[in-house]
Design a protein around this ligand. Structure first.
Ligand code: ATP
Ligand code: MG
Length: 107
């Protein structure tokens, strides 16, 4: 018997594959894998749009006062949070991290 040490790293390249051809892709993946992240599924009426509203616009420097990105982000790249931009992307992104069984409590 022995021990080994293992870290499960997020596959941010796969998660953000829609942006693979954009010039900032390398920096985005570096930032997304620079530390631990917490993933969560938020449920509620109009959850996609309401979460985007709470997050604020992509560029933290331009985000409205009181939004998460304005409070906790740094700039357009290091903007603290991600939120799905539509029901289809939400479905893909939730499935990327969670199994059906884990979401059993959701209707
Ligand atoms: P997210 O998808 O992370 O919720 P978003 O939908 O507001 O953000 P996207 O256009 O989908 O913005 O860009 C994805 C991510 O890529 C952004 O959150 C940001 O970290 C990074 N990004 C977007 N545009 C730029 C840019 N012009 N320069 C550097 N990084 C950028
Ligand atoms: Mg997006």
């Amino acid at each position: 018997m022995e021990r080994t040490f293992s870290i499960i790293k997020p596959d941010a390249e796969g998660f953000y594959y829609v942006h693979r051809d954009r010039p900032f892709f390398g920096d985005l993946v570096r930032f997304m894998t620079s530390g631990p992240c917490i993933v969560q599924v938020l449920e509620g009426e109009n959850a996609v749009a309401r979460n985007r509203e709470l997050m604020g616009t992509t560029d933290s420097k331009k985000a409205a006062a009181g939004t998460i990105r304005q409070k906790h982000g740094t700039d357009i790249e290091k903007n603290a949070v991600h939120g799905s931009d539509g029901p289809d992307t939400a479905k893909f992104e939730i499935g990327y991290f969670f199994s059906g069984a884990e979401l059993a409590s959701l209707k």
